[in-house]
Write a protein that binds this ligand. Structure first.
Ligand SMILES: *Cc1c(COP(=O)(O)O)cnc(C)c1O
Length: 237
């Protein structure tokens, strides 16, 4: 077995253990492999082992990688590309054109541009609202108080489909503390659904905290390091 296939197996095991512990079906959680900073060849290697969902943080890098992967694989597998990074309004077009999902919609203007720029022949772009669930001043994301209004406005836009909420809480020191913000995100999604905007997706949990996220209802966990190894330190991006 190659190292990455061990890594993929190990992450699948963590997900199944967490699902069993939570009394949830294993299929209720999807694994999004976060391939930022890793080359197209690393994506192809995981795709050969059956991984289908890939996440990217940076527009330029993501667009180039999607093209390279398509070239390398000749679209042999139906890969799904998720944009999960901060999105500036002048960079929405390539995202609307090339990705299948965006997890990081945090204001109406971004959603409106994605809606207008989504090519007509493509299925609706699937979107999550990123919520600043712990209310950290430096973090992107809509505040929990404003999430319902944003969800209402986004849910009626053509070309995009609102699916759920995403959050990146502060790293916690123990599993019990780690669950608190995930529980808050779940409660917020339930409150929005109770207002008639049905949400079926909770994008939460990463390499370090996928277990507490699954315990609180995550339906997509976004995992980078545990699959691909340590990323090189950030330079300009
Ligand atoms: C990088 C990143 C991840 C993956 O983080 P790991 O700790 O490497 O698993 C998940 N979500 C977002 C938004 C990220 O930027």
């Amino acid at each position: 077995m190659t190292p990455t296939s061990c890594a993929l197996d190990a992450v699948h095991q963590r997900i199944s253990h967490a699902c069993v512990a939570a009394g949830r079906p294993v299929q209720s959680v999807q694994l999004l492999a976060v391939s930022k900073t890793f080359p197209a060849s690393a994506v192809v290697e995981l795709a050969m082992q059956g991984q289908r969902l890939f996440g990217e943080n940076y527009v330029q890098e993501g667009i180039e990688k999607i093209a390279q992967v398509n070239e390398l694989t000749q679209n042999r597998w139906p890969l799904e590309w998720h944009f999960i990074g901060p999105l500036q309004s002048n960079k929405t077009r390539p995202v609307a054109e090339s990705f299948d999902w965006v997890h990081s919609v945090d204001r109406l203007k971004i959603a409106q541009r994605l809606s207008e720029q989504r090519p007509k022949g493509k299925p609706a772009l699937q979107v999550c609202l990123q919520v600043n669930i712990s209310g950290e001043p430096s973090k992107s994301g809509v505040s929990p108080q404003e999430a319902l209004d944003l969800a209402r406005a986004v849910s009626v836009l053509p070309g995009i489909q609102l699916r759920g909420l995403m959050a990146i809480p502060e790293p916690a020191t123990d599993e019990h503390t780690a669950r608190v913000p995930f529980a808050q995100l779940r409660a917020l999604a339930q409150a929005i659904s109770a207002n008639g905007i049905l949400l079926d997706t909770l994008s939460m949990g990463m390499s370090a905290d996928l277990e507490p996220a699954i315990a609180e209802g995550a339906t997509i966990v976004r995992v980078g390091t545990a699959l691909f190894g340590q990323r090189p330190p950030l330079t300009s991006q």
